[in-house]
Design a protein around this ligand. Structure first.
Ligand SMILES: O=C(O)CCc1cccc(O)c1
Length: 380
């Protein structure tokens, strides 16, 4: 028996565990893997997320492992920058007027280390069923049942918790896949003047170039229905078209994936809460998935701690409603717009971006939205 069981030891589940444990709530984390996931997925931390991680006492360790990116660029394929946006204009809004580039797999061990000893973390526990009642939840796992007062599903896009409560996951799948290559190259030497994060326009083959502490990453759109091995064989040639290094690029790893835009009808089913990718998924452009998932964990985790301390249930209801609204109105809308605009010919949009970059007040308004700062201030 535990007060709160959390399915998933990714950034969202471990943040929720830390929020609740810091408020004195008894927590058990159930993770299906034998350890923390090693693969690197999301790789950017926005200012409001850094503030939340500061409040949880882990931001300095993260900063020690990541790269500070004060600017990002929109570029023309094969051409010059269209606009360089400087996050320094947010200096009056946040102590962190920059993005931190760091793989999510570097955050999870930091969060795990920060958990108090009272938190039980059970690896190798796959959730395979959920039975909810008015007084608690029975979670079936591969290692036997776990009973809890509340269950949090932070177990990713294929969430067993979401399936266990019978929630739909409606939405759509993009008409192209994303191919992400991590390369052992110094692209700032090959493409002088590029920023740590670059969104490159092209109607046929847009791309994203971004730096992480370990690699540069290149994201390329790829047809939905071609064979993986064919696409991976073409990758060296596609990279050579991004920048001619006079030799083949050194590719550390590459992966191809389908991109979905989906949201659960509700983020609360009685005593079960859904957070992060278990509740909503979107394309990765703009780096909103992990960030909004951490925001879910802080907002809904704090509200649950309030209710456990005697606050009315409406406090949790409001938090849940607000996070779903953010997922639809901010996260999905912005990430879809980011994808649409990368594929545009639109000269007016390029002119708007140039004007934006030259106008600090307009840039501030744009960046507050782009980094989800405004979404935290929207009401329930
Ligand atoms: O816009 C961003 O910062 C993230 C873009 C991205 C796309 C695909 C993979 C990935 O690791 C980052």
């Amino acid at each position: 028996m535990t007060t709160v069981a959390i399915a998933g030891a990714g950034p969202v589940g471990l943040t929720a565990a830390l929020v609740l444990a810091r408020r004195g709530v008894e927590v058990t984390v159930l993770e299906q893997g034998a350890g923390l996931a090693g693969e690197s997925r999301a790789s950017t931390f926005h200012p409001p997320t850094l503030e939340m991680l500061r409040d949880l006492g882990v931001v300095d360790t993260l900063l020690g492992k990541g790269l500070v990116a004060s600017t990002f660029q929109y570029r023309e394929r094969g051409g010059d920058p269209v606009a360089t946006l400087d996050l320094g204009v947010l200096a009056g809004d946040t102590d962190f007027p920059y993005r931190v580039q760091c793989e999510q797999s570097k955050l999870t061990p930091i969060l795990l280390d920060a958990l108090p000893d009272s938190v039980r973390v059970r690896f190798g526990h796959t959730v395979d069923g959920v039975e909810t009642g008015s007084h608690g939840v029975r979670v079936s796992t591969s290692r036997g049942p776990v009973r809890c007062d509340w269950l949090i599903g932070a177990d990713g896009a294929h969430s067993a918790v979401r399936g266990g409560v019978g929630a739909e996951f409606e939405g759509s799948t993009y008409p192209e896949r994303f191919l992400v290559a991590s390369v052992d190259e110094q692209l700032d030497a090959a493409l002088p003047g590029i920023a740590p994060i670059n969104y490159v326009f092209d109607p046929d083959e847009w791309l994203v170039l971004l730096r992480t502490p370990d690699h540069w990453r290149v994201l390329l759109p790829t047809p939905a229905d071609t064979a993986d091995d064919l696409e991976l064989r073409c990758l060296p040639e596609r990279l050579a078209r991004v920048a001619d290094l006079g030799r083949s690029w050194r590719i550390a790893h590459a992966s191809l994936y389908h991109v979905h835009e989906r949201v659960a009808p509700r983020f609360r089913y009685g005593r079960v809460l859904l957070m992060g990718d278990a509740a909503h998924v979107n394309n990765p452009l703009g780096g909103l998935g992990m960030n909004s998932g951490i925001h879910d964990a802080v907002r809904m985790g704090s509200a649950l701690a309030d209710v456990l301390a005697g606050a009315p249930d409406e406090v949790l209801e409001q938090a849940v409603r607000q996070r779903r609204r953010v997922a639809v109105d901010h996260v999905q809308r912005t990430s879809r717009a980011n994808w649409t605009r990368l594929r545009t010919h639109d000269a007016e949009y390029r002119r708007d971006l140039r004007e934006l970059a030259a106008d600090p007040a307009a840039a501030r308004a744009y960046l507050r939205r782009a980094c989800l700062m405004d979404s935290l201030e929207s009401t329930a």
